[in-house]
Ligand binder design. Structure first.
Ligand SMILES: Cc1cc2nc3c(=O)[nH]c(=O)nc-3n(C[C@H](O)[C@H](O)[C@H](O)COP(=O)(O)O)c2cc1C
Length: 182
């Protein structure tokens, strides 16, 4: 699939078929995440792949009530839990280089969007799921100190044609030369 088409037609998928994903497809999307850019190539991202039904059900229970991705985490054949080693991205000689401190959220987001686009290009659905209790997820998955749980991404064959949420127009988003000029 052409890159612009993948960017435009990827959607957050919240309902999945129970069918298992071939291992080569799972590896292909992880490989896409591996090639994302990161701060000074520090690659702070780490992934926990969850296929166990009971663990997926436990992960779903960490999600905020009313979240539309509850059944996606419970029902998708695979859940990828994206984590980050802290204190790597945005640091030089152990000190934060910018006023933003740790850039792990940025790096993990780049990798997970690579993964989402690659999945879409090979016929798989994903979603970025961030609204959950990350300390509970950390306990369920034995995540060590110094590693943050960032997002959970269901992965599987879509069981729905997801609606297209509208986007703001470029005229609302883009400034030329300075923020005071449209
Ligand atoms: C950082 C982040 C966190 C998100 N968390 C959730 C979530 O907890 N539950 C959910 O159903 N969707 C979640 N989403 C998906 C967005 O709602 C979705 O991407 C947005 O509505 C645009 O839809 P689209 O991805 O189909 O273009 C999240 C997206 C991002 C980028």
């Amino acid at each position: 699939m052409e890159v612009f088409e993948a960017i435009k037609t990827r959607r957050a998928i919240r309902h999945y078929k129970p069918d298992a994903i071939p291992e080569d497809k799972l590896n292909a999307v992880l490989e896409a995440a591996r090639w994302a850019p990161s701060w000074a190539n520090t690659q702070c991202w780490r992934y926990v792949i969850v296929k166990d039904k009971k663990t997926k059900a436990e992960l779903a229970e960490t999600i905020r009530p009313g979240n539309p991705s509850y059944s996606a985490i419970k029902g998708a054949p695979v859940v990828i839990v994206a984590c980050a080693e802290l204190g790597k991205s945005g640091f030089f000689d152990g000190k934060a280089v910018t006023d933003k401190g740790d850039w792990y959220m940025f790096d993990v987001a780049l990798a997970m969007q690579n993964l989402a686009l690659a999945a879409h290009a090979i016929g798989l659905g994903t979603g970025h799921v961030g609204a959950f209790d990350s300390s509970k997820v950390a306990r369920i998955l034995d995540i060590p100190q110094g590693v943050a749980v960032i997002e959970m991404t269901p992965l599987g064959y879509p069981a729905e044609e997801a609606a297209l949420p509208p986007r703001k127009e470029l005229t609302e988003l883009v400034f030329y030369e300075s923020y005071s000029q449209k």
